[in-house]
Design a protein around this ligand. Structure first.
Ligand SMILES: [Zn+2]
Length: 346
């Protein structure tokens, strides 16, 4: 893949994710007396089909006068309302929501000094380099106050915002298909926090999509929601779009070895090796994650792909420290940066 880096780039990213909890309510019937008969219909004239004890709960289906229908041993049963209570049961499923959206920019020139105060003579904090993403905090008299991903706050000149970005996009017209692994009932791995791989994969994919689009890429996602999507159509989308790269996003889990951590990259065969190794190396360098290596992997999603493809295992959700890192938006931007640098320099 030949990505051409031409002049400069300035982009704003308005995407920012927060963890939120979606709560759905379902009603249950809790039995309040022992040896309560469960009947086949709404009335004492109906046959008993079993009994239940105080504290047992069953899904509530409907009511008929003073009788409540419950799901009882995979059948429908009826109980009198005097002997039970209806409880609201909440089942919580975590998900990512768009939350506050900080304004971000990418550094459009090779190097710029981040200064402690909004004056030319003030202390140099560090050099920022091209395509580094920073959050804009405020603008003051020819300067903008920004925060880097490692939470260093300083000032850069505001003219950087005006740098012409026409023809400046290094991934112009490239087509990248991102595949957020799993989805819906296929949750993938479960993290220590109880959150699912399918959600993390979507979180990462959204940020990567946004960053790639800032750089001029045409990006398609194989899923944009939390529903189950079969494996076959995912690489088919990439084949159909004649993608320059097909990137399947996953997270790992090894509950028996909670200390396991780091990133793996898999690719189909020799043809994709160079690009996959480039992305892998840049991911490791940018995120400082443990390097578990890059190798060929016999995954269906890679076998079905006819385009340059890779499957990224971006960290272990079974490792508490690593999962916490994966949950942080700044770290997610580092992952995106690593992937993009790898795509730029195969
Ligand atoms: Zn997976």
């Amino acid at each position: 893949m030949n990505f051409k880096i031409t002049t400069t780039l300035l982009g704003f990213s308005f995407i920012f994710f927060l963890f939120a909890t979606h709560t759905t309510y379902a009603q249950s019937v809790q039995i309040d007396s022992d040896d309560l008969l469960i009947r086949s219909g709404p009335g004492t004239e109906h046959e008993p089909i079993g009994s239940a004890n105080s504290g047992d709960t069953y899904p509530y289906l409907q009511s008929d006068a003073e009788w409540l229908e419950i799901e009882f041993n995979e059948a429908a049963g009826w109980v009198h309302e005097d002997f039970v209570s209806i409880i609201e049961q909440s089942s919580e499923s975590p998900s990512f929501d768009n939350g506050d959206m900080p304004e971000m920019m990418m550094i459009p020139i090779d190097k710029v000094t981040l200064r402690e105060d909004a004056t030319v003579g003030s202390n140099r904090l560090r050099e920022l380099t091209k395509h580094q993403t920073v959050t804009i905090l405020e603008s003051v008299d020819g300067w903008i106050q920004v925060e880097t991903r490692d939470e260093t706050v300083g000032y850069i000149p505001s003219w950087l915002l005006d740098v012409d970005q026409s023809d400046a996009k290094p991934i112009n017209d490239q087509t990248i298909v991102i595949d957020p692994g799993h989805g819906g009932e296929d949750i993938g791995a479960t993290g220590i926090s109880g959150r699912y791989e399918s959600e993390y994969a979507l979180f990462t994919s959204y940020i990567l999509q946004r960053q790639l689009e800032l750089l001029g890429a045409n990006v398609a996602l194989t899923r944009t929601d939390d529903y189950y999507h079969a494996l076959g159509p995912r690489p088919a989308l990439s084949n159909y779009k004649h993608a320059d790269a097909f990137i399947s996003i996953h997270y790992n889990s090894e509950p028996n070895y909670p200390s396991a951590n780091g990133m793996d990259t898999f690719y189909r065969d020799k043809i994709d090796e160079e690009l996959a190794l480039s992305v892998h190396d840049q991911l490791i360098e940018t995120t400082d994650a443990n390097d578990r290596g890059a190798s060929t992997g016999n995954y269906q999603i890679l076998r079905l792909s006819k385009r340059p493809s890779m499957l990224l295992e971006l960290g272990f959700l079974s490792n508490q420290t690593e999962e916490e890192r994966i949950q942080s938006t700044p770290y997610q931007y580092l992952i995106s940066e690593g992937v993009i640098k790898g795509l730029l320099n195969p």
